[in-house]
Design a protein. Structure first.
Length: 264
């Protein structure tokens, strides 16, 4: 199935955010958590709108930003009906994503960060295995053969490899990058998944619970234009420690029935 030709079934969810009358199903829901991203968010949003060829919705979740992010996204939403906005108190990336997942309507749901680390033009490559009917879940891997990648922190690379290897030992999935920001998942899977992690721990939780439902998981190579801490990178050492805890928690102490609610 091609990107332009794909159509979807209704998911049965009614949004409770901006543009509440827009309840028709769409092919793709793009969830964009944003916290103090005034420098990059307009550029990222415009690239998403320009690059995506199928019918889509872009749900931007402002996670209590203290800069001009709220004003920028409202201005963008006023001129583009496919953009929907949510404003909430600061609760971290996991909290923002859960808000976006809950009101999404797409047959496919993908995460797009509000910075410039991931290229929106590659969304089509990430979701293609799902459109082709081969995959239920696709991760965009920064460690497969890739087009371009900014050279940054070696310690981050080592930490990511350790986290991915530990996750693989418990999920029995041969992943190369569980912490990637590009995750595309069939809508009914992510909307029925019970998510409780905080911050960046949601990346680990999603992986553990995808493994429990025996979904068909694929990886595709992506480019990665990482940021330095001076440029606004937010993940730190504590997030890595918590990731290891979440690997054990969600793989050993959650079963399939606890991990998913019954679909509506």
């Amino acid at each position: 199935m091609t990107l332009q030709g794909c159509r979807v079934l209704s998911c049965g969810y009614t949004p409770s955010v901006r543009s509440e009358t827009n309840t028709a199903p769409v092919t793709l829901s793009i969830i964009m958590p944003a916290y103090n991203e005034e420098r990059t968010i307009e550029s990222v949003v415009r690239r998403v709108v320009q690059e995506i060829a199928c019918d889509f919705e872009l749900i931007i979740v402002n996670d209590g930003s203290k800069d001009k992010t709220p004003e920028i996204i409202e201005k963008l939403a006023a001129t583009e009906p496919r953009i929907r906005t949510i404003h909430k108190k600061n609760g971290g990336k996991a909290s923002a994503l859960k808000e976006g997942f809950a009101v999404s309507r797409g047959d496919i749901v993908i995460i797009q960060d509000a910075d410039l680390e991931y290229d929106p033009s590659e969304i089509v490559h990430v979701i293609q295995p799902i459109l082709d009917g081969k995959a239920d879940v696709v991760y965009g891997s920064r460690f497969l053969v890739r087009r371009a990648a900014r050279v940054l922190y070696y310690y981050h690379y080592v930490a990511n490899r350790v986290i991915t290897m530990t996750s693989n030992l418990l999920t029995n999935l041969n992943m190369t990058d569980v912490e990637t920001g590009y995750k595309a998942i069939r809508g009914p899977i992510i909307r029925t998944m019970v998510l409780t992690a905080h911050g960046f721990g949601i990346e680990i939780e999603i992986t553990a619970k995808v493994a429990k439902c025996k979904a068909a998981v694929y990886e595709v190579p992506i480019s990665y234009y990482g940021r330095t801490y001076e440029e606004g990178k937010k993940i730190g050492v504590w997030d890595g420690v918590m990731a290891l805890w979440y690997i054990f928690q969600f793989n050993l102490f959650w079963n399939r029935e606890q991990s998913f609610r019954k679909s509506k």
